[in-house]
Ligand binder design. Structure first.
Ligand code: GLY
Length: 368
């Protein structure tokens, strides 16, 4: 098992990465489950796959699990589910010193974390991420949120978990497409600041996706280590370091919005295309060679992921995608900071990007 410390000021915690952590959840929580009753928020799919393992593990140590099983999917990150989850936690008599378990992907982690942040003005929670995306990104760093009619993740709080248990066994039951989508966030760490890790992904990404547990453990632990350093340095995204984690997301969110957040384009797939777009735009601006942008696109294609916006068949122009970007929560006094690249592993924040030029660039890419 790899243990990665996240040294946020005042609330340091650990991310534990290894196989079989859920089956041994009680010892792995190291005394944090202080009462017999344990509240667990999950979704119906995850409950079907892992509910029994967690139930048995808790009961064998004398705990009584209380399940809140939500519908799977992004629509669950809504006011209505937040309100009913908070009411459920209050009805269970959850106290500030208790730990709520969040068993699921990013949706469950974000919703449960936000509920934990507001129940009794803040109680503890433990992330039990069950998707690759959640293990390497959303479960670490304390961003919690719901979506509203105005857009994704617009209401939320920074609220760090007390512990993250990333059980690699859960990746074995993930649908192949979801695993690939999560892999985009692994590659992201190479692109933002670790060219050697990108080269590692090129050499080992296919083996990781086809089941190598050694490659999975290395990739998850390495990615979490990278994220932990960033979060420790810039927990609330104030200095700009943490904003590097948004590489590909501004383009990606626009694609998701244009696609109506439909399951025909998963978040990780949109981010993969978004990172290729960020690379191609960087190359177009003369910041890095076209060959580097091609290399990134080639890697996604090699592992069976979409790498170009044209293949989505969107019926829109570049300006329509830019219009979606204007709703981005990173908009700052009329400008939108973009994460661009001076090379593979050399991402930086550019606050002077012309949205008109981005629209023209996207027109070209939609026809590429
Ligand atoms: N997922 C981006 C962040 O945690 O900052």
């Amino acid at each position: 098992m790899a243990v990665i410390p996240v040294d946020v000021a005042g609330r340091p915690y650990e991310v534990r990465v290894g196989a079989g952590l859920l089956a041994e959840i009680v010892p792995n929580c190291q005394g944090r489950l202080r009462k017999r009753d344990v509240p667990i928020v999950t979704d119906a799919n995850v409950h079907g796959a892992w509910g029994e393992v967690v139930e048995t593990a808790l009961r064998s140590h004398g705990h009584e699990p209380h399940w809140r099983i939500l519908p799977p999917g992004e629509q669950t990150k809504a006011w209505s589910q937040l309100a009913s989850t908070v009411d459920w936690l209050l009805a269970l008599g959850v106290e500030r010193g208790d730990h709520i378990l969040a068993l699921g992907g990013g949706v469950i982690g974000d919703l449960t974390g936000f509920a934990a942040s507001i129940v009794k003005r803040g109680c503890h929670f433990i992330q039990l991420p069950t998707s690759l995306l959640a293990q390497v990104d959303s479960s670490v760093g304390g961003k919690t949120a719901i979506n509203t009619a105005a857009g994704k993740n617009l209401v939320g709080a920074f609220h760090q978990p007390s512990l993250v248990l990333a059980d690699l066994t859960v990746l074995d039951t993930l649908p192949d497409r979801e695993l690939r989508a999560g892999y985009a966030e692994v590659v992201k760490y190479g692109l933002i600041g670790d060219a050697d890790f990108f080269a590692w992904c090129e050499a080992n990404g296919s083996a990781l996706l086809s089941g190598s547990s050694a490659m999975r453990e290395y990739a998850v632990a390495h990615s979490v280590g990278h994220k932990a350093r960033i979060v420790a340095e810039d927990e609330r995204e104030t200095t700009g370091t943490r904003a590097l984690l948004n590489l590909g997301h501004t383009f990606g969110h626009a694609l998701e919005a244009q696609n109506g957040y439909s399951a025909t384009l998963l978040h990780g797939e949109a981010v993969a295309i978004g990172m290729v777009l960020a690379a191609r735009y960087s190359a177009r601006c003369g910041l890095m060679p076209n060959a580097s942008a091609d290399r990134i696109a080639r890697h996604f294609e090699d592992v069976g992921m979409p790498a170009g916006v044209a293949q989505l068949g969107l019926e829109c122009d570049g300006q329509a995608l830019v219009d979606h970007m204007l709703h981005d929560k990173k908009m700052d006094a009329g400008t939108l900071p973009f994460v661009l690249m001076k090379g593979i592993g050399e991402a930086y924040i550019d606050k002077d990007v012309s949205l008109g030029e981005v629209a023209t660039f996207l027109d070209e890419e939609l026809r590429r």
